[in-house]
Design a binder for this molecule. Structure first.
Ligand SMILES: [Fe+2]
Length: 343
């Protein structure tokens, strides 16, 4: 059998070096002999890539076999080392294994035992090397997949936001008085979310939901939306249907499902007297409670068909006045403490 594998044998005893070389050469191994630990380390520093296994005596002058083993396991962890010991006790063998030896053989070494041991440690080392390579390839593949997923997610989110912005513009075109309202509610809601230390994901949902919150107004006739005078009870009830209408409009679109609760519940009131479901307190989804405050503040401080813009100070007083009845008091406090009226 032609064997191209390379073994370095290190032993200070010339007789043992000779026997080991004869046995290994006969088995077809290429053999290099070293007489002490430092010579082995010097040889490895040049030829480590072409070495398949090491036979290393424990008791040697200069560096001991254990000292050399420790250095090799750090510098060349993939090369298997078989320790040769004159002590056949279990403790010495255990120490060798603990320090990273692949196996140990008591001297005098028997031919069949030596060849079986060398073949076994080389096979095991190669299997481990293949496993490590497969793990590394798998890891790289996983990173590539993660990158592709992130890119796809970013593209979907950009497309979703562009679609949502287009939707919000259709509302503003129907009702010119709300021009810019959806964008201002979006930014104000996000600032409230940040002050509440919401996650990036929640803030992103909040922004998109705030842009969409009045989408149901598409279904309200312009004659009602833009009416100059006071609304009749019937007209007001038509306006009040916009959260449910919005839920129906976007409910069919999977991408918009995360924003449904904001669209449906932004006119609920903290005391349970809001619409469409009469939810109370924390039954109202938190993101909808945030949009409710931002929506009311912006509505008060911008011009409408039936009145001109109110001063910001007045709007803040109104938020305080209706804190706990219309608005979540914790959110009103956050709004005031962080002076979000100054945005
Ligand atoms: Fe609304």
């Amino acid at each position: 059998m032609v064997n191209t594998m390379h073994i370095i044998t290190t032993d200070d005893d010339p007789a043992i070096r000779k026997i080991l070389r004869i046995i290994l050469s006969k088995a077809g191994y290429q053999v290099t002999l070293c007489t002490h630990g430092q010579e082995l380390l010097d040889t490895l520093s040049v030829h480590a890539e072409h070495v398949d296994a090491l036979l290393l005596d424990i008791r040697m002058p200069g560096l001991s076999g254990f000292e050399v083993l420790s250095i090799i396991k750090k510098a060349y962890p993939s090369i298997p080392v078989i320790m040769l010991t004159a002590f056949s006790d279990l403790e010495t063998g255990m120490k060798a294994i603990r320090l990273g030896a692949a196996d140990y053989l008591p001297k005098p070494v028997h031919q069949s035992e030596l060849i079986e041991c060398v073949q076994r440690v080389i096979t095991t080392a190669r299997q481990e090397q293949r496993k490590a390579e497969a793990f590394s390839i798998n890891n790289e593949y996983q990173k590539k997949l993660e990158h592709q997923l992130n890119t796809a997610y970013t593209t979907i989110m950009q497309t979703t936001m562009a679609t949502i912005e287009a939707f919000s513009e259709t509302i503003e075109q129907k009702d010119p008085y709300t021009k810019g309202h959806c964008h201002r509610v979006r930014h104000l809601s996000r600032r409230i979310g940040e002050c509440l230390h919401l996650s990036a994901q929640q803030c992103s949902t909040l922004e998109a939901g705030a842009l969409l919150h009045d989408i149901g107004k598409i279904s309200v006739p312009e004659s009602i939306l833009n009416k100059q005078g006071k609304l009749t009870a019937e007209e007001f009830s038509v306006i009040q249907m916009h959260p449910e209408a919005g839920t129906r409009i976007i409910g069919h679109i999977d991408l918009f499902k995360p924003y449904l609760e904001i669209v449906r519940s932004h006119h609920e009131r903290f005391d349970g007297s809001g619409y469409p479901d009469g939810l109370k307190g924390e039954e109202i989804p938190m993101l909808a409670r945030i949009v409710s405050v931002a929506d009311a503040f912006d509505a008060m401080t911008s011009s409408r068909s039936y009145r001109s813009a109110l001063p910001k100070e007045f709007a803040v007083e109104e938020l305080k006045l209706y804190s706990g009845s219309q608005f979540d008091p914790a959110i009103v406090d956050i709004f005031i403490d962080n002076e979000l009226n100054e945005l």
